[in-house]
Each structure stands twice: as structure tokens, then as C-alpha cells.
Design a protein around this ligand. Structure first.
Ligand SMILES: C[S@@+](CC[C@H](N)C(=O)[O-])C[C@H]1O[C@@H](n2cnc3c(N)ncnc32)[C@H](O)[C@@H]1O
Ligand code: SF4
Length: 469
């Protein structure tokens, strides 16, 4: 059982300004390894066809399906997701028809491989769509796939646009998990991120979801947003704790204005300094841990009885594009614009452009824009990084057995780089284990970076990634 840091105040305080300056640099979030930066257009729709044909042969293995519904009425200035902003109905109507067709095309290629253990509608805002549209979409999926009784069936909802009727219809369609975007309740912060969302509307939707019997409800928060301060963020945290969600994701604000133009509307002078950002997360840890939540990986908290917490204690947690999960599937299929699949040792990403997506689907081609085939070295490093991200702990002997390598020899170039975090008290190491401890957990992304083979991600020298703090 991994021990939980009970109080982070000493933890954040243990980080001197000098250490903070050293560790706060651009770095990946490791929802994939290699990261999307390494995807290239040499991986084509034909390569993906080959992967689907291979996947079709693994008949007994359950799938993970991700559907991207990119539409939102208005853009939040902090948002880093792939979204399409429109209030017109025609584009989303056209998109849904194309998505139906993509589902059919992929299902055809998967043949009898129909079982689904993990299913997620993400966005954008999936509840931008009407009840009828969501019902039709689910009918199409149900025609081609079978959901296991234990399947995790999840959807992201924005309380500002989601109705009780939609939650009722979604429950009838089999959804059993909800994730609600909140970010911060303070009006000034909401103003600065163009997202006005009252506590009342959030609480009302939360209560409806509870009454409808959703098994697990998650709330998303973001720290490091403009005008956030420790005291007011604490008020948001306390309101969230009062609602008692099963899980909370407390994401570090990924500030990537060179990729997301909408973030240029945020005034740099409104952003909290790295030291304050660290204190904001420290405050979240303090509040959640003292109120009965357990920390899960780098940015989640869960009630002890939630299966995410159980998996974290048993060190069986997994991580993929949807974040931390308890339901590993051997193959993950992405559907819709910009979605990413992870199957048969390759990542494959759909085009982000609606026009290119439409052209491909109407031409009978899978809308793959880029991807990457993983080498054995990628697979070994992905295993190491995922385990550290999930458990803060690595069993070196287990890696040796799984990959038939000598850990010390294989990572002879990397292991000396761990001496520094060991010196700082962030990592402990024996011949059998590597453990990220205490304040080192705040810098897990930096520790993982040591095991990355790709230069740009390793050095953090180019502004491709958000900062690690
Ligand atoms: C697709 S959005 C959520 C669904 C819905 N559109 C909403 O806003 O409520 C998923 C989550 O990603 C997180 N997120 C979006 N942009 C982010 C950024 N730049 N940095 C960190 N987290 C971000 C937010 O917490 C958000 O709730
Ligand atoms: S945070 Fe949610 S509602 Fe806001 S723009 Fe992003 S996806 Fe849309």
C-alpha cells in the first residue's frame, strides 16, 4: 500500500525557490509515450487499417472506445481542448452523421471484436447535443458493440448547459459515470477565463446526478488560472468537498498560447507565479487529504471506496488519454475529430479539421492524420513512465521480467540523472525499486522526463509542453 502524504504544507514548504526554479520547466503530462509531439504523417490511414486488422484477431479482448464531441457554444479562454465553437446547428448535425459513418467503418474492420469495457464521450461539450442526437449516436454504437456488465460508461458534462432531462436520458442509455467541469467558483477567476458558472447550477446538477444513481461523479478543477489565490481557491475546494464527489481531478493549468490562440486573451500578469501555483496545489492536497480523500497519481483525488483509490492502493492503476483509469483495455479506439487511438503497439490520431474529416469519411477512408508505431524501446519506457505516474513507485525486477532486460544496464545512461532528485529527497532508490516520495511527488513529471528517449521532451528546451509546475 503506498503511503499518502497527510499534509502538504511541509511538502510545498520543503521546496525552496532555487529548487522550484530548477524543476519548473516545460514537460509532458504523459497521457501517451511517446508524446503526441512525436506523431508524424508517415503513419497513414493504411497503417491504421493494418492495426485494425490485427486487432480484429484478438477476439476475446475487450475494447476501450473514446468518442470526441467537439462542440461548445462559447470558448473558455483557458481551454486547451480541441473544440469547435458555434451556435449553429448545421455543423454538429453534419458532424454526427459523419461520426455514425466512422463508427460503422471501424466496426466493420474490427469484425467480431465487439466487447467494450471502457467508454467515454469527451469534448468539447458532449451535452451540446440534444437528447435525440445522443440517443441516435448511442443506437449506432449499440448496433456494433456490446458493453460488458462491468463497463465504465462515462461522459463529460458542463453544468452550464446540461439539463436534468439530458442526465436522465444518458442514464437510460447506460452511462454510469459523470465528469463535471468546474475549474474555480470565484467570480473574478471565472470572468478572467470567460466561464460564468454558479455554485447553484453546479450543485443542482450534481444532486440530480446523485439521485439518478450515477455510480461515480468526478469534478474537474484547474489550478494556476488567472487571478487565483490560495485563500479563495480554498473556498472553491471546500464547496467541492461539501458536494462530496467520488473523484476530483485538479489539473495544473496547461498554458500553451502558442498552440491555443484563445489563451492569448489571458493577461500574463494575471497568472499566479510558480510559487503560488505550487501553493495552490498544496492547498488542494491539504483540503482533500484532511477530508478523507486519497491522492491518486499526480493530479487526482478520490474517496477511499472509489475504485480509483482501491486501484491506487493495489498499484493496479493505469493511465491513458482519458487520464487515470482502472479498466485497462488492450486496444483503445478513438472516434471523431482529433481523437487518438492506441492499438497494437501504435498511436493513431484522426485529423483535427472538420473539412478534412468530412472529405476522408465521404471518400470511404479512415480520417487518420498522423501517428507513430512504438519500438520495443518505446514500450519499455512507456511501461516505466506509466508505472511511476500511477504509483510513484517502480518495481525494477518486474520491468526486467516483463521485458527481459537488465534494468541497471538498460538505463545506465538515465540512472545517474536520478542522483539529483535523490539528493533533494524527492526520490529513494534501491537495487529493486525506485520510489518518488514527499515533495518529489509534486515533480513526478520531471522524474519521468529522465526516462524519455526523445531529446526535445527530455530537455524541455522548446516550448512544446506546458510547465511542470
Ligand atoms: C473537455 S473539458 C470538460 C467538459 C466541458 N466542456 C466543461 O468545460 O465542463 C475537460 C476538462 O479539461 C480541463 N482543461 C481544459 N483545458 C485545460 C487546460 N488548458 N489546462 C488544464 N486543464 C484543462 C478542464 O478541467 C475541463 O473540465
Ligand atoms: S472548457 Fe469545456 S466548455 Fe470551455 S471551451 Fe473547453 S471544452 Fe468548451
Amino acid at each position: 500500500m503506498s503511503e499518502q502524504p497527510r499534509n502538504d504544507r511541509p511538502m510545498a514548504a520543503a521546496v525552496t525557490a532555487e529548487l522550484l526554479a530548477k524543476y519548473d520547466r516545460p514537460g509532458p503530462r504523459y497521457t501517451s509515450y511517446p508524446t503526441a509531439v512525436e506523431f508524424h504523417d508517415g503513419f497513414t490511414a493504411d497503417d491504421y487499417e493494418g492495426k485494425l486488422a490485427e486487432a480484429a484477431k484478438a477476439e476475446g479482448e475487450a475494447l476501450s472506445l473514446y468518442l470526441h464531441l467537439p462542440f461548445c457554444h462559447e470558448r473558455c479562454t483557458f481551454c486547451g481542448c480541441n473544440v469547435i465553437i458555434t451556435r449553429k446547428h448545421e455543423p454538429s448535425d453534419r458532424y454526427l452523421h459523419l461520426l455514425h459513418r466512422e463508427i460503422e467503418m471501424v466496426a466493420e474492420r474490427l469484425g467480431d471484436r465487439r466487447d467494450v469495457v471502457q467508454y467515454h464521450w469527451g469534448g468539447g461539450t458532449p451535452t451540446y447535443q440534444s437528447i435525440e442526437e445522443m440517443q441516435t449516436l448511442q443506437q449506432v454504437v449499440n448496433r456494433h458493440f456490446d458493453f460488458l456488465p462491468s463497463a465504465e460508461v462515462a461522459i463529460e458534462v458542463d453544468p452550464r448547459v446540461t439539463t436534468d432531462e439530458q442526465l436522465t436520458a444518458l442514464r437510460d442509455l447506460g452511462f454510469n459515470r459523470l465528469s463535471m467541469g468546474v475549474q474555480d467558483f470565484r467570480p473574478e477567476v471565472q470572468e478572467a477565463i470567460n466561464r460564468n458558472q454558479t455554485l447553484d447550477e453546479t450543485e443542482r446538477l450534481f444532486d440530480t446526478a446523485r439521485n439518478l444513481g450515477y455510480e461515480s461523479i468526478n469534478i474537474d478543477l484547474v489550478y494556476g488560472l488567472p487571478l487565483q489565490a490560495v485563500d479563495t481557491f480554498r473556498e472553491t475546494l471546500r464547496e467541492v468537498i461539501r458536494l462530496r464527489p467520488d473523484r476530483v481531478a485538479c489539473y495544473s493549468f496547461a498554458h500553451i498560447p502558442w498552440i491555443r490562440g484563445n489563451q492569448r486573451r489571458i493577461r500574463p500578469e494575471d497568472l499566479p507565479e510558480a510559487e503560488v501555483k505550487l501553493q495552490l496545489f498544496g492547498t488542494a492536497m491539504e483540503e482533500f487529504l484532511s477530508d478523507g480523500y486519497e491522492q491518486i497519481g499526480m493530479d487526482h483525488f478520490a474517496l477511499p471506496e472509489d475504485e480509483l483509490a482501491v486501484a491506487a492502493r493495489n498499484r493496479t492503476l493505469h493511465r491513458n488519454f482519458m487520464g487515470y483509469t482502472v479498466k485497462p483495455a488492450t486496444d483503445m479506439i478513438g472516434l471523431g475529430v482529433s481523437s487518438i487511438g492506441d492499438l497494437r503497439g501504435a498511436y493513431a490520431q484522426n485529423t483535427k479539421k472538420l473539412s478534412a474529416y468530412q472529405r476522408a469519411i465521404e471518400g470511404g477512408t479512415l480520417p487518420i492524420e498522423r501517428g507513430v508505431e512504438l519500438s520495443t524501446d518505446d514500450l519499455i519506457r512507456r511501461d516505466v513512465i506509466t508505472r511511476l505516474m500511477c504509483n510513484f513507485h517502480l518495481d525494477r525486477r518486474a520491468i526486467e521480467r516483463r521485458w527481459n532486460i537488465d534494468f541497471a544496464e538498460y538505463f545506465s545512461a538515465e540512472l545517474p540523472a536520478l542522483a539529483e532528485p535523490v539528493d533533494h529527497g524527492f526520490v529513494t532508490m534501491t537495487d529493486d525499486t525506485i520510489e518518488v516520495v514527499g515533495a518529489g511527488r509534486l515533480f513526478i513529471r520531471n522524474v519521468c522526463m529522465i526516462f524519455v528517449a526523445y531529446l526535445a521532451a527530455k530537455t524541455g528546451s522548446r516550448p512544446m509542453f506546458s510547465r511542470t509546475v
